[in-house]
Write a protein that binds this ligand. Structure first.
Ligand code: PLP
Length: 477
């Protein structure tokens, strides 16, 4: 598309934009078990109104927009309270879980530079169940990742393995509350004790659970393990608002036990010919919209509103888990404590099931196998999905039957052998051949994902990463 010579009218612009959306996931339908969070029409409208009200205000300069300082302080006090932090606990509003995690990792790195200057090659230690954002943070910040075992039956971080992985270069341990993939809450107390014993920072990734688990803790039906600032040894926590705070994107929070730790997050520079720059977070110019939208959701729901919402979501989740386990072909992995979980199968290829269900309008997210766990599909249950549970469970056996009767069943073991052979035969050119085998083209986004996911699952990490980078590099042209 060329740069337009002449401007267009409002109507045409908006119509074109709406048309572009035709192939998108219908996120209000409740059939999309990932990516989006919808708490109903009222919440959506209030969040949008608050968001739009502050969309132009710029958090770059707190002195010009004191309203944003106030909003950020208030959001932080509300979230710190939920996470049982005392007055010393401080934090900032960020664009998402990834930014919150990157900032927590940066704070740990920069604090170690001051307090442990003998460490020249800092390491962060976490289980394979932690979110990829920690790999990304380490990649961006020049840190070494040390990946530890998880317990195969429970998907919990194996704390003994974590202990063994700690070296004199370790600066930070990580736990999840809960992990995205299987929705289980790590043994935060045990990891915190280890962190204290070894004098290490300890970040709890509560991007998914920060708000929801905190509210559920005080509800009678749930037994939520401690994962927050009530646990000595926890030094920072990330808690997203654009997930189970039901705020609009981009909205997350990162909190620290005290200002002495948080100060390592902040960047300032005064040597340029321009204005004095001081940024607590990654973004410099930063719209006030997401913050006002998130603040509005906390005020709109309050504890009572969230309890009602989460109660219904958990009821739906239980029904969904029981229904999936009752199919006889599928089983839920681990012991999920919130409303996110995954399931696997001994009888069918679940990646094919995801494709079959996608044709019926359901989105289930493929997740890869490891040497300790099978291929599986992820479900994030949100409020708009509660009303769809019965229909999903009614359609699921039909989907399973369709996969079983498929004329082209995908046998993951055969695909692994084929991929291995191609790697050996084609060496450096293997990626090109694998891309062709998967039917990936840059002209159109793939309609079916099962074969692509199986191939990615079969490749060594370094190769699948390269394939994905090449694909995305070619996609955005
Ligand atoms: C546990 C966990 N941490 C971090 C993230 C990253 O969050 P974001 O996508 O908002 O950057 C996610 C995203 O799903 C997550 O589930």
């Amino acid at each position: 598309m060329k740069f337009p010579e002449k401007g267009k009218g409002r109507h045409e612009i908006m119509e074109t934009l709406k048309r572009y959306r035709a192939g998108d996931a219908d996120w209000r339908s409740g059939r999309i078990f990932a990516y989006t969070f919808h708490a109903g029409q009222d919440a959506e409208e209030i969040a949008k109104e608050a968001y739009m009200e502050f969309i132009h205000e710029n958090a770059l300069d707190p002195t010009s927009f004191p309203s944003l300082v106030r909003l950020e302080r208030e959001v932080m006090r509300m979230i710190a309270g939920l996470l049982r932090g005392d007055k010393q606990v401080v934090g900032n509003f960020t664009s998402g879980g990834t930014e919150s995690i990157m900032l927590a990792v940066k704070s740990a790195r920069d604090r170690a530079r001051v307090e442990k200057p003998h460490i020249k090659e800092p390491e962060i230690v976490f289980s394979r169940t932690a979110h990829c954002a920690f790999h990304k943070a380490a990649h961006y910040l020049g840190l070494k990742t040390v990946i530890t075992d998880f317990i195969p039956e429970t998907f919990l971080t194996d704390v003994d393995s974590m202990r063994d992985a700690i070296t004199e270069n370790t600066i930070l341990l990580v736990g999840s509350a809960p992990s995205y993939a299987q929705g289980v809450v790590d043994p935060i107390r045990e990891i915190a004790e280890l962190a204290l014993e070894k004098d290490l920072m300890f970040h709890v990734d509560a991007c998914m659970g920060g708000i929801m688990l905190s509210v559920m803790r005080d509800m009678p039906d749930f037994d939520i393990p401690d994962f927050d600032f009530s646990v000595p040894g926890v030094t920072s926590i990330s808690a997203d608002m654009h997930k189970f705070g039901y705020a609009l994107k981009n909205a997350s929070t990162v909190l620290y036990r005290n200002k002495d730790i948080r100060k390592h997050q902040i960047f300032a520079e005064t040597s340029a010919t321009s204005y004095a720059l001081v940024n607590p977070t990654l973004l410099s110019s930063k719209s006030g919209g997401p913050m006002a939208g998130a603040w509005a959701m906390l005020k709109y729901f309050g504890r009572e509103g969230y309890e009602k919402l989460f109660g219904e979501v958990m009821e739906g989740t239980k029904k969904l888990i029981d229904g999936i386990n009752a199919t006889g072909d599928l089983h839920v992995l681990g012991n999920p404590q919130m409303c996110i979980f995954s399931f696997a199968s001994d009888t069918i290829n679940v990646f094919q099931l995801a494709d079959v269900m996608a044709k019926r309008g359901w989105y289930l997210q493929p997740q890869f196998s490891t040497d300790k766990s099978p291929l599986n599909l992820h479900i994030t249950m949100n409020y708009s999905s509660v009303s769809e549970v019965d229909e999903f469970l009614a359609e699921l056996p039909e989907g399973i039957k369709e996969v079983k009767e498929s004329k082209e069943p995908l046998d993951i073991n055969k695909i692994r052998q084929q991929v291995q052979m191609m790697m050996e035969s084609f060496g450096d050119d293997a990626i090109e051949h694998l891309t062709a085998m998967a039917g990936i083209s840059n002209d159109e986004l793939p309609q079916e994902m099962a074969l692509i996911s199986c191939i990615l699952d079969s490749l060594p990490n370094e190769v699948s990463k390269e394939l994905l980078v090449e694909y995305i590099n070619d996609l955005f042209t």
